[in-house]
Design a protein around this ligand. Structure first.
Ligand SMILES: *Cc1c(COP(=O)(O)O)cnc(C)c1O
Length: 413
């Protein structure tokens, strides 16, 4: 139990969050225009019904096994662990990079795809930044016979041409968003606009554990399969729970999904690693929990990067999937209560993480996941990793998508 400020922060009832208003403590909620409220309430009710229906969970579990490749592997990386230079440390990787389409994002896309079908919706809209979420959604739509429209900032489309082609090969319609910064922010606005206009036929498949209620909870629940599997697997291998659990943080979905089953075990150190970009002091980063403040964005109250006038900041990370100026309400709550420690790793640290894991274990991590890998190297170097620690690290995705960036930043051409 963590106690501070005279408030009882016991996490034995963490399972009960969010509360009936969709709040995690003071975070979360629904800050949306009236036109959106009815759609969110309909989604909330449909999700509550689905959760109570064993037929839904059985169908989802079957598809996760046959079409996603779950359970994903959990195994030790002994040569990488030796490089940490701390006696007796064991490192286990949870290999979400081996899931179909190469990251954890499909867990949520598949869950919400099935939910949409259950609601009688025949069409999905979604936003995508780097394109990874869009690819997962397009994949699920093909599998489940759903029409698929993906909104993507025109600037992001130029940078992520491969994922645009992937989505189109999967039968999705990719619509370029030319307004504003031509990035994720505008793509989210366009998706919401489309959803409100076609709500009878269309589900908005949001990609991370943020946004208005009930999305943070729905996405958390669908990603919790990561932590549930990892917990059983590590106990089977090691005969005990880990001492420390690490995951990278963009919007927060792989982190919260990994952490959730461990939140009630007060002795386990949970560490979320954000993108420190060129360094927290430079302003060019995406570390909303480390360096931001609470405010409203994308329909929810949570930590975000904003200036003194409340304008959302421009972010930078070498990892496109971490380049988001907010973190979801559950992680905001877990940070503020002290249950989750928030760290930040620079681009350079992440690039060192990719190289270390590649050289020692033959695994090319996504640059997002590499922030957690690099931070573990830092913890060991700083003497903050006790001898004999058992470490669990969520490897959220594979690095094939990052080859151009890695080649450029590391001079490998
Ligand atoms: C999108 C992405 C992330 C960041 O998203 P979260 O919602 O914070 O998990 C992390 N890793 C990979 C591989 C991604 O594709």
């Amino acid at each position: 139990m963590v106690v501070g400020h005279g408030v009882d922060h016991s996490f034995s009832h963490h399972e009960d969050l969010p509360d009936a208003r969709g709040r995690f403590g003071r975070f979360g909620g629904r800050y949306v225009p009236e036109g959106l409220m009815a759609a969110l309430i309909e989604l909330d009710a449909a999700y509550e019904q689905a959760r109570a229906d064993s037929g839904f969970s059985t169908e989802l579990a079957g598809l996760l096994r046959t079409r996603v490749g779950r359970p994903t592997l959990l195994h030790q990386v002994p040569r990488f662990a030796a490089r940490l230079g701390v006696p007796g440390v064991k490192v286990y990787l949870k290999r979400e990079d081996t899931a179909h389409t190469g990251s954890h994002k499909i867990n949520n896309a598949l869950g919400q795809g099935l939910l949409a079908k259950r609601m009688g919706k025949r069409r999905i809209v979604a936003e995508t930044g780097a394109g990874q979420h869009g690819v997962a959604v397009a994949t699920v739509c093909a599998m489940l016979e759903l029409a698929c429209t993906i909104y993507m900032g025109a600037g992001d489309m130029e940078r992520q041409r491969h994922n645009v082609v992937r989505m189109r090969l999967l039968g999705a319609e990719v619509r370029a968003v030319e307004s504003g910064t031509r990035r994720l922010k505008e793509a989210i606005s366009e998706s919401v606009r489309d959803w409100v206009a076609h709500v009878d036929t269309t589900h908005y498949l949001f990609g991370t554990a943020a946004g208005p209620a009930p999305y943070p909870r729905i996405v958390r629940d669908f990603q919790t399969i990561i932590g549930v599997e990892a917990r059983a697997q590590i106990v089977a291998e090691e005969g005990r729970l880990p001492d420390i659990v690490l995951a990278c943080v963009g919007g927060g979905s792989n982190a919260v999904g990994t952490f959730h089953p461990f939140v009630g075990d007060a002795g386990i150190r949970l560490v979320g690693v954000e993108a420190a970009g060129y360094g927290l002091g430079t302003g060019a980063h995406a570390a909303s929990l480390s360096a931001g403040s609470p405010g409203e964005m994308d329909g929810s109250f949570s930590y975000l990067l904003q200036d003194d006038d409340g304008q959302i900041s421009v972010t930078h990370s070498v990892a496109a999937g971490l380049d988001y100026p907010g973190a979801g309400p559950e992680l905001s709550y877990l940070k503020e209560t002290g249950r989750v420690q928030i760290a930040a790793a620079t681009d350079a640290t992440a690039l060192r993480g990719v190289q270390a894991l590649g050289h020692t274990e033959g695994i090319i991590a996504a640059l997002e996941s590499a922030h957690a890998v690099g931070h573990l190297l830092d913890l060991a170097a700083q003497g903050e990793l006790p001898a004999g620690s058992v470490v669990l690290l969520c490897l959220s995705g594979r690095g094939d998508k990052d080859l151009d960036v890695a080649a450029q930043r590391l001079g490998l051409d």
